[in-house]
Design a protein around this ligand. Structure first.
Ligand code: PHE
Length: 335
């Protein structure tokens, strides 16, 4: 029994000092203690066996304690309130990477820069709006079937995550009325996220970005609008472009047009391959009236189109769903 006690103390101190404490459970001293049972008088075996068992339990738990301590030490403490790069590289995390702008953010900034250099003021659109700005002030009569064309989401309270940036037209016109009377014009672009409840595929997303332009003066013309749009696309794609329009219906413009560019050969286009880029037209007199602007004195033009599509063409992105996917492999191409 004294022997058991000696072995126990000896092995416990070895375990405490070892980097591989479990190895010590295989020690020859222990094996000798086990082996001694068979050479023992039968009546002593019970009590001896129990002591051996107790010893095993003590040693096993000492090994576990030591192993757990070792694990705790190998997990470096991290500061969970620190920016990612402070903890990066520790405890097997990926080493820190710098974040980068999302391609839609970068390109939206490019778009806005082009228009502000042309003299347009830029205003971010809202992400939650109401029926009146989505439809009412845009000359959609109540229950008009054109409302259905916009696949709008609605909240339980009846608010609308806007399906186009045209929801900003009434606000731009109202806010610009004084400037119109003083300086003779309103020139603004509005940009932001829009939402549509439609089936999703490679060219349709429930969430995307639009940019909208509004220009009003006493003598605005469709020709000015086409010149503005052509200049924008030529600057954005950095080359001369062919453009064409065809009639389209939007309740808030008259006449209304769809505006297309010929897909640049440099971007994989073939001559005669047209891409529809946006909707546009002369602002309907009722839209001017709903903002308190007299359509007998002033006229204007407006356009609105998707940013995602613009960027897809620029970079040859084949699926619009990449933008909202959060896939790092996609985003890293734009670092
Ligand atoms: N808001 C329209 C759309 O998203 C586009 C548009 C804007 C058309 C302005 C005409 C004038 O479909």
């Amino acid at each position: 029994m004294q022997n058991i006690e000696d072995v126990k103390n000896n092995l416990l101190s070895q375990i405490a000092a070892s980097d591989f404490p479990r190895e010590i459970l295989k020690s020859s001293e222990l094996k000798k203690l086990y082996g001694a049972i068979s050479s023992m008088p039968v009546e002593q075996r019970g009590i001896y066996g129990k002591s051996i068992n107790d010893l095993k339990i003590v040693l096993e738990s000492a090994v576990l304690t030591k192993e757990t301590e070792a694990e705790d030490l190998s997990v470096e403490q991290i500061d969970i309130t620190a920016p990612f790069d402070v903890n990066g590289g520790k405890i097997g995390l990926l080493s820190a990477e710098n974040g980068s702008s999302h391609p839609l953010t970068t390109e939206l900034e490019n778009v806005i820069n082009i228009f502000t250099r042309m003299g347009f003021e830029a205003i971010e659109s809202r992400q939650i709006d109401d029926d009146n700005h989505m439809f009412g002030t845009l000359n959609f009569p109540d229950n008009h079937p054109a409302r259905d064309g916009y696949d709008t989401f609605r909240t339980e309270e009846g608010f609308i995550p806007p399906a186009h940036t045209s929801t900003m037209q009434n606000r731009i016109l109202k806010a610009g009325k004084a400037k119109l009377e003083a300086d003779g014009q309103i020139a603004a672009v509005s940009y932001g996220r829009v939402f549509r409840n439609e089936d999703i595929d490679a060219t349709h997303e429930h969430t995307f970005y639009q940019c909208e332009g509004v220009f009003v003066s006493s003598d605005a013309t469709l020709g000015q609008m086409l010149g503005t749009l052509r200049s924008f696309f030529e600057v954005y794609y950095g080359q001369k472009l062919k453009i064409k329009t065809q009639p389209a219906y939007f309740p808030f413009v008259e006449p209304g047009l769809e505006f297309a560019i010929e897909k640049p050969v440099a971007l994989g286009g073939k001559p005669g391959e047209w891409l529809e880029m946006l909707g546009c037209g002369m602002i309907h007199p009722n839209v001017l009236r709903s903002a308190g602007i007299d359509p007998e004195k002033y006229r204007g033009f407006a356009w609105g189109g998707g940013i995602d599509r613009l960027v897809m063409l620029k970079y040859g992105i084949e699926d619009i769903r990449h933008f909202e996917s959060g896939k790092l492999a996609f985003l890293r191409k734009f670092v």
